[in-house]
Write a protein that binds this ligand. Structure first.
Ligand SMILES: Nc1ncnc2c1ncn2[C@@H]1O[C@H](COP(=O)(O)OP(=O)(O)O)[C@@H](O)[C@H]1O
Ligand SMILES: [Mg+2]
Length: 389
């Protein structure tokens, strides 16, 4: 898959920007705070319908503007695809594929697929559970687009249930209609939650096999990586060893947990179980990599994961995703950097951001398209000037 053109209007610090992406290896060079990450963020948004750093859509609109547009032309399976997103809060965003309006997220997702690898990802193991859920959710919604609609549905039911629990807190006795509503919401949340846990388990099982192999190759040792889904509702799922639990088994766990946690949930007026509180664990040779692995070992895990995401997408959709490497090369030591660059296929379109070209050898730069980014404007670096910074 290839990104041919990107058009932004009022996106972050881009007022108007139209950039073509000829060729499959592109370097974006610019000083700090010029808009390199913003540009990649717009691609991430096209691929996942969410930002990796904004907590709401309003944040990505240029300050002072009331709406923003992200448009891209791609080539997928040899055909042209036009994607367009209009963000205009508080109205719902408008999604179009080849000029046709799409009413659900899942009808839009699955067109542009990316693997985004940035400096913050290197801290995935050190980060919070919500960082790891976000990584997992973005990755899954690209390969199983229906997942995104399920996540949204889960979140709506959870909000409704939390509101009801708050009502309970203020009333002394529960009316029978409140009780009835709670049991309906429990049922709905259990179905929705077990769908999500099921897809997370399935995805982790798929990525685990690839990541384990890559991790061995990068670390050049007999270190054995295992990924575990940590759930407060359905128990732990060791992706390397366990069979994926069936959705009806998961449903049973949910129903039992709602009974077990009833008093606590009522007292705290919050939904305390479910995938919104789950986490992903990483084990190296049986030890928790989050607490025991060195920073270098943790980076190796993330590198293995990112390379596995590429392979998994290729396996599922039979095309390469677009790879985004945001400042990450400069953060990796020589061995890991070399392993990453060597692993990227010639045919995988790769967009790399950097503050300086001096980190790259002349040989590497030879066949790359180089752009400079300066205060929200993207210009072709016609001379491929290495002495840019
Ligand atoms: N909503 C917004 N409207 C206008 N400018 C923004 C908005 N959000 C962030 N910016 C600006 O974008 C710049 C950061 O861009 P970024 O892409 O992160 O830089 P870098 O080139 O270092 O990756 C900052 O100068 C910031 O002030
Ligand atoms: Mg940046």
């Amino acid at each position: 898959m290839f990104l041919n053109k990107l058009k932004l209007k009022n996106f972050r610090n881009y007022e108007i920007c139209e950039t073509e992406f000829p060729g499959n290896k592109i370097l974006l060079v610019g000083k700090n705070a010029q808009g390199k990450t913003n540009l990649l963020e717009s691609l991430h948004y096209l691929a996942t319908l969410s930002s990796f750093r904004a907590s709401n859509d309003g944040e990505i609109i240029k300050w002072g503007a009331d709406h923003c547009l992200i448009e891209a032309d791609l080539t997928k399976y040899g055909a042209d695809v036009e994607l367009k997103i209009l963000i205009n809060p508080p109205r719902q965003k408008v999604l179009k594929v080849n000029g046709l309006k799409k009413s659900s997220f899942s009808d839009f997702l699955g067109n542009l697929l990316i693997v985004n690898f940035n400096v913050a990802d290197l801290l995935l193991l050190r980060g919070s559970p919500s960082d790891r859920r976000k990584w997992l959710d973005d990755a899954i919604s690209q390969v199983y687009p229906a997942y995104k609609d399920r996540l949204n549905k889960y979140s709506r039911i959870k909000t409704q249930r939390n509101n009801l629990l708050k009502d309970f807190k203020t009333s002394i006795n529960l009316s029978s209609s409140q009780e009835e509503l709670l049991s309906v919401l429990n049922e709905q949340l259990a179905v929705s939650g077990s769908n999500i846990v099921h897809l997370r388990n399935k995805y982790l099982k798929e990525i685990q096999q690839k990541a384990r192999e890559k991790h061995k190759n990068i670390s050049l040792s007999d270190e054995d990586l295992k990924i575990v889904y940590l759930s407060n509702t359905t128990g732990n799922f060791n992706a390397a060893e366990d069979e994926i639990p069936k959705p009806d088994k998961l449903l049973e766990y949910f129903q039992n947990m709602f009974k077990e946690k009833r008093a606590e949930e009522l007292a705290r007026a919050q939904t305390l179980i479910g995938p919104h509180r789950d986490d992903v664990g990483f084990m190296i040779n049986g030890k928790n990599a989050v607490s025991y692995a060195s920073q270098g070992q943790q980076r190796t895990v993330v590198l293995a994961l990112k390379l596995s995401e590429i392979d998994l997408i290729e396996e599922i959709i039979q095309e390469s995703p677009v790879l985004l490497l945001d400042d990450v090369l400069a953060e990796l030591d020589n061995e890991r950097q070399e392993f990453l660059l060597k692993s990227i296929k010639q045919t995988t379109q790769t967009i790399i951001t950097t503050t300086s070209l001096s980190a790259f050898s002349d040989g590497y730069l030879k066949d790359k398209k180089i752009y400079t980014i300066d205060s929200g404007s993207v210009k072709e670096n016609l001379n491929n000037e290495k002495a840019y910074l």
